[in-house]
Design a protein around this ligand. Sequence first.
Ligand code: ADP
Ligand code: ZN
Ligand code: ZN
Length: 816
Amino acid sequence: MFARLAINVPTITNLFDYSIPAELEAQLQAGCLVTVPFGNQTVQGIIVQLIDSPAVENPKPIIDLLDPAPVLTPPQLGLAILLAESTLNPLASIVSLMLPTGLSQQADVLYQTVDGRPQTVQDGPSSIVNRLLKLLNERGALRGRQIDSHFAKIDWRKTASFLVKKGVLSSKHVLPAPRVRPKYLRVAQLSVPPEEAEAEMPNLGTKQTLARRQRALQFLIQQPEAINLSWVYAETGCNLADLQELEERGLIRLFENEVFRDSLERIGNQVNRETSNQVIRLTPEQDVALQSITEHVTRNLSFISHPSSFLLYGITGSGKTEIYLRAAEETIKRGKQVIILVPEIALTPQAVRRFLSRFPGQVGLVHSKLSEGERYDTWRRARSGKLKVIIGARSALFSPLPNVGLIVVDECHDSSFYQSEPPYYHAVIAAQEYARLCGAVCVLGSATPTIEQRFQAENKQLIKLELPRRIVETGLPPVQVVDMREELKNGNRGIFSRVLAESLAETISRGEQAILFLNRRGTATYIFCRDCGTVLKCPNCETPLTLHLEDKAHLLCHHCGYTRQRPKTCPSCQSVQIREFGLGSEKVEADVQAMFPTVRTLRWDWDTTRQKDAHEMILTHFSNHQADVLVGTQMLAKGLDLPLVTLVGIVLADVGLSLPDPFASERVFQTLTQVAGRAGRSSLGGKVILQTFMPEHYAIQFASNHDVNGFYQRELEYRRQLGYPPYAKLVRLEYRHADPLKAEEESQKTATRLKVKMEAERRHQTELIGPVPSFFSKVDGIHRWQIIVRGPDPVSLLRDMKLKDWRIEIDPISLL
Ligand code: ADP
Ligand code: ZN
Ligand code: ZN
């Protein structure tokens, strides 16, 4: 017997064959996590497949099995292979996404000074030599990744090899053991019928011990289940010796129980307050939607090309979540499990609580603030089928549920479903694929699906279900567009237009709440005229020119590299008010306080939410009306239901519109539409005031009319004309280097290689955009260059190319 393995070493993409030693034969199967020899190291690997004949002669044997049960289910393995192929990521990097941190470990190198004695080097010590020796002299043996944390961005490994050769340091390959393991608690439980225990009460000990032991035994008689020893001590004042004595006499049993580390407790107390079990009668539209979904859950159409993915398209408050809950219920009834993906747990507490109260004890939460132990235990409970519903951000998709029947992606337009760090992948696309592999149903829900999701629905790759009306017919709030150029002409140079300032005053005086929203994606580095709204554009490509971050006297086109001097006056109207726009939420908050000294403000942005549970606190604070005005950024756009909010002020809608990115309009449109939906969710009604320097831009126009269909048509036409998705596929290649010349040189070289290959393969419909410095051309002192490949199938062009050190993004959601 032999096995084919994916090796957990970042740079290795091939699969390798190993033999299975006789003693492991009965236990090994696809999906098992094992250790194997690899070169002169020991590494972790995942069995992808058991095979009869290996591709090499005399393969080495597998060393050990790390977890008796497979760590990946068959559909998970299928998904990993599929994703690795379609995203050009190494299989091991996708597999790592599926394993709880602490379980998967990469091989490392352990360094120490020879004989463990302090060492010094005489001849020409560089600063790195000194620092490395000092560290190892002081700390003893350290692993490579531990040393990394002391040498930010400095390549110390070359120095280390040099010192090993000189005989000053020794090194050896190691594989750290998994850091996570199950947690056990000592418990006690009555082991005889209560009457029998009662009968023994008088004879439990001497004067000093009798009362304590009696209390302990009495307490245990009352407990229906095994109970934590520390509880028994706390409740009765007894000690371990007392309990051991009771055990000796055969009255109770002491043993260890596995406990699940669970982060639900924090949210759990709030669940009861929710109106959980009130009977809701579905509207006819909801009924139709639910019927089609459950029908597909029942039919179990695994691997059939028939689409089982739905787009549930309905405005906020139209009852989508209610459908998720019912569909989940139906799925669980059929013995299957459910995955619910949300943009971020902390930002969607209301939806999460509805699931917790509808399925008590059966829900597991996966989010970034879980401890390693909590994550591991949630993962194991999912694997055992004890949890029926997993809710979480994009990585929750990779929970090892044994029989997935339904996958919901709520707010499926949200950009957080795209992982913008390696390994790059899109969880919405992965969810659809995974559902197919599991024979499950996938439901994508949104009020503002992306252009591509809509396009899929129009082309029958997704089944469209519509919920056009709100449950409580409040209608959507009216949006008033304020042209900030007019405000300037009338001498108002402040952040707030007069109408926004007045509305704010009225709202507060009525005892209602307001939200002030800043659309602040990307720093404001483009230049525009505050009098006429003109944005300076590249004469070659019509994309907005942006400020050079290093040299602010120059403007640059990030598509073709065109540069020009920054002008002193506007080329259209000769105004001198031509400048970059910068505005932060602190400034907005300060201005509100200056205008209304008694108003209670609250700020919700990345600065104020670094701490644990900060989102929850700010939200609770605001929904309890402990503040009147909430000032915030993107986070406000998520699915909040705040009935007292009757005014939403969008302080500047157009930031982001002029970024050199084909997806910029869509992003702004979605955000504005979502934010506008926050107002008027109750019978109090409400309105939105949208301030802009570009009132004529179509994204602003359609958003202010809540016209999702109109925007879709217009944007799709723009994509078609310019050849952007869904009419072409994009791949973004990014190269990073500390030396800008190296980055440029490598980019030019790679671009040439690509062109030669495109020519050779006659890919006349494929083209390169770039190479150019990326929009954010310098991040943490590292220079970024990029090449965009656009065409019908750019992935196949890149598949067998060696692009070491390049970051490759398939279907990127932004080209900045
Ligand atoms: P969405 O997810 O589309 O924003 P929800 O499912 O949260 O919509 O529904 C909005 C509100 O209406 C919730 O308070 C929900 O409990 C309630 N609701 C949903 N469906 C119905 C229904 N058929 N009848 C009455 N109330 C409903
Ligand atoms: Zn002008
Ligand atoms: Zn250009």
